[in-house]
Design a protein around this ligand. Structure first.
Ligand code: NAD
Length: 303
């Protein structure tokens, strides 16, 4: 199977690439700023800017499956420039879908965001049918892309799957980007103070990356009725709970500073993941304590 991964050198992408190579797939990665430190000789790399994707005319030749893992923005900063968010994510994706429509691509698997598309939840846990009122441009762009995928499927038969991921964590995370677990652990390793926006009661649904990769791999070979699936642990953990677990796992004195809360941070987000179980027989395997320990052990070894 020939697979193209847009953004295949990022956190989710790199973990996915390692697994797909184990399975014997031919992997091509499209990314900007190729990171030499995680370059894998078995992959083909295409260095490029997503907004210029149309100039890569042969990029879809012989490709069966596309994973779309590029995001040019993150939730907390996307409201600074919504126009850039739309241009670089939504418009670039629509241009790419037009290219897919004229190709032999069998399926496009899109990494959406269960943490932002729903906005303030009316109830917990949040199923896929819950209303969608994102309070950040990042979430609105994800939803727009989901809608275009639906449209391209309806009009041109382009098969797709949307994966609404909660809060993934684990190895190869870019700690400057999203992901409190990875940011907190790397601060602990450097004996730096952990900053928490608000009083630490913010509650999130954390999922270990290997469990997410399991779903992405299954999606390459299996079609399900539900084109949109939540992927998370289905459990809520507050930031204060996280600090407690991290103290136990690392044995370190953890210094925490509480800052004024940010409006963009929804108080609670826990996904209902029962549909993923119904459709795929998938359940997350890694508990939070174990996942944090594995992430911590790996971080320590990288130093
Ligand atoms: N990490 C999370 O917490 C999380 C949660 C839900 C959904 N997602 C989504 O999953 C996807 C992957 O997330 P991640 O954490 O691996 O992100 P990441 O930032 O680690 O990786 C993104 C990759 O895309 C590449 N990229 C970004 N902009 C590009 C551009 N304009 N042109 C070419 N390449 C570009 C980057 O170089 C990088 O390789 C994203 O779409 C993200 O929105 C992430």
């Amino acid at each position: 199977m020939n697979v193209l991964i847009l953004g295949g050198q990022g956190f989710i992408g790199h973990n996915l690439v390692l697994r797909l190579l184990e399975k014997g797939y031919n992997v091509t990665i499209f990314t900007r700023n190729i990171r030499k430190n995680i370059n894998i000789s078995d992959c083909k790399y295409i260095n490029g800017e997503f907004q210029e994707i149309r100039s890569f005319k042969n990029i879809l030749d012989n490709i069966d499956i596309v994973y779309h893992l590029i995001s040019t923005t993150i939730p907390g900063k996307s409201n600074d420039n919504p126009v850039y968010d739309i241009e670089s994510n939504v418009i670039s994706t629509v241009k790419f879908l037009e290219m897919c429509g004229n190709s032999n691509v069998k399926k496009i698997i899109f990494s959406s965001s269960g943490g932002t598309v729903y906005g303030y939840p009316r109830f917990i846990p949040i199923p896929e049918e819950h209303g969608t009122n994102p309070i950040c441009s990042y979430g609105i762009s994800k939803l727009m892309i989901e809608k275009y995928l639906y449209m391209f499927n309806d009009l041109y038969g382009l098969n797709y799957q949307v994966v609404r991921i909660s809060n993934p964590y684990g190895p190869y995370h870019n700690a400057l980007q999203q992901g409190v677990i990875d940011v907190f652990l790397s601060n602990i390793l450097k004996s730096k103070t952990i900053e928490i926006w608000g009083d630490g009661s913010i509650c999130r649904d954390f999922i270990y990356i290997d469990d997410v990769v399991d779903v992405f791999c299954t999606m390459a070979v299996k079609d399900v009725d539900a084109k949109i699936l939540n992927i998370g642990s289905g459990k809520g953990t507050t930031l204060n709970d996280l600090i407690h677990i991290m103290k136990n796992v690392t044995g370190a004195d953890v210094d925490v500073e509480y800052r004024k809360g940010r409006k963009v941070d929804i108080p609670v987000n826990i996904l209902d993941v029962s549909k993923a179980y119904e459709q795929l027989g998938w359940k997350p395997k890694t508990g939070l304590d174990t996942g944090i320990k594995m992430t911590w052990d790996r971080l320590k070894n990288e130093v």
